[in-house]
Write a protein that binds this ligand. Structure first.
Ligand SMILES: NC(=O)c1ccc[n+]([C@@H]2O[C@H](COP(=O)([O-])OP(=O)(O)OC[C@H]3O[C@@H](n4cnc5c(N)ncnc54)[C@H](O)[C@@H]3O)[C@@H](O)[C@H]2O)c1
Length: 309
């Protein structure tokens, strides 16, 4: 694991090289998602540069990746601890970190963004990187709720821009939603699908519509569970038990809301409501707004619909 502001210089000489598989990846944002994606990409033989705003955050991300790999190895190499150690070293060699996004993207096949869920900040980042990255480089966002088209509009590479939506925790979750906008070229889309498969994931094709597939179904479902409780038609405990035992879901909607984060759920639904104020599925909830205003964000800070302290 090296702290690198410069990395492998690769020369792309032919057009066939330009269409080659994604091998070298820059991930911007070393938080929960970015670190997870970096781990999976490095484990599947890609070279990865993880970019964030400070060295401290990057050190924490690298430590997190190593810790997560140790857990993987404990299971996968239970009888061969030495081979497990070798695997960790090999994977960590594929990962470097940097605070300098602009110089990092000068030699990369894919820029995958997993920073804060804010349109203006994402646009500002991509606009700057668009000027620095080579022509062949594909840009993708891991946004959960923002239109890829709006993020891409800050660049001049609309045909080489798509969405790659991973799920948390990335090393465990097998799905990737691959999002094409009206401008994403078939070559770009194919490259993103192939990359997702190379990561060992199962990609599905999505259009650039609010929530893509999973969140478009899941968020209105969770909001309806809150409304059901607001109407006094069921307690959160009963609703959770009903969906677990009656529908076979691993978590009830309130447990899931607390896991996702109530602030995140509110951010998503508020954004969709702004886009489609007449859609009753996207209507805000007084109860959710109240909990968030009280600073109850769910599992991550000790209390949401349930208490975790
Ligand atoms: N957490 C989830 O369950 C989940 C699932 C799918 C998609 N997403 C999406 O992934 C993205 C990241 O989410 P997360 O949960 O990993 O967030 P996070 O807060 O854990 O991490 C975000 C990281 O981005 C860094 N960052 C912010 N601005 C930056 C910039 N300009 N340059 C470089 N780094 C910057 C922050 O320092 C932080 O380390 C969001 O768009 C979110 O909607 C999240």
């Amino acid at each position: 694991m090296a702290f690198a502001t410069h990395h492998i210089i690769r020369t792309l000489t032919s057009s066939s090289a330009r269409n080659a598989a994604i091998k070298h990846v820059t991930i911007i944002g070393g938080g929960q998602m970015g670190a997870g994606i970096a781990q999976v990409a490095a484990s599947t033989g890609h070279t990865v540069v993880l970019v964030d705003t400070s060295e401290d955050i990057l050190k924490k991300a690298a430590k997190g990746i190593e810790g997560s790999l140790k857990r993987v190895v404990k299971k996968k190499f239970a009888d061969k601890p030495e081979a497990g150690q070798e695997f960790i070293q090999k994977v960590m060699k594929n990962v470097s970190v940097s605070t300098d996004a602009t110089s990092t993207v000068q030699n990369t096949d894919l820029v995958l963004e997993a920073i804060v869920e804010n349109l203006k900040i994402k646009q500002g980042l991509f606009s700057a990187l668009d000027k620095a990255a080579p022509q062949h480089t594909i840009f993708a966002s891991n946004t959960s709720s923002l239109p890829i088209t709006d993020i891409a509009s800050s660049t001049a590479r609309l045909d080489r821009f798509g969405g790659l939506h991973f799920f948390n925790p990335v090393p465990m979750m097998k799905l990737v939603e691959v999002i094409k906008t009206q401008s994403t070229s078939p070559e770009t889309f194919d490259s993103l699908m192939a990359f997702s498969k190379a990561l060992g994931k199962n990609p599905v094709t999505c259009h650039d519509t609010p929530g893509f597939i999973v969140n478009r179904l899941l968020v209105p479902y969770m909001m309806e569970a809150i409304r059901l409780q607001e109407r006094g038609h069921g307690s959160k405990e009963d609703i959770d038990m009903a969906m677990k035992l009656g529908a076979g879901y691993p978590m009830g909607p309130f447990e899931l809301l607390d896991y996702v984060g109530l602030d995140t759920a509110k951010f998503i639904i508020d954004g969709w409501y702004e886009m489609e104020p007449d859609n009753p599925l996207f209507a805000p909830s007084l109860m959710l707004n109240k909990l968030v205003a009280e600073g109850k964000f769910g599992k991550k800070n000790g209390e949401g619909f349930y208490k975790y302290k």
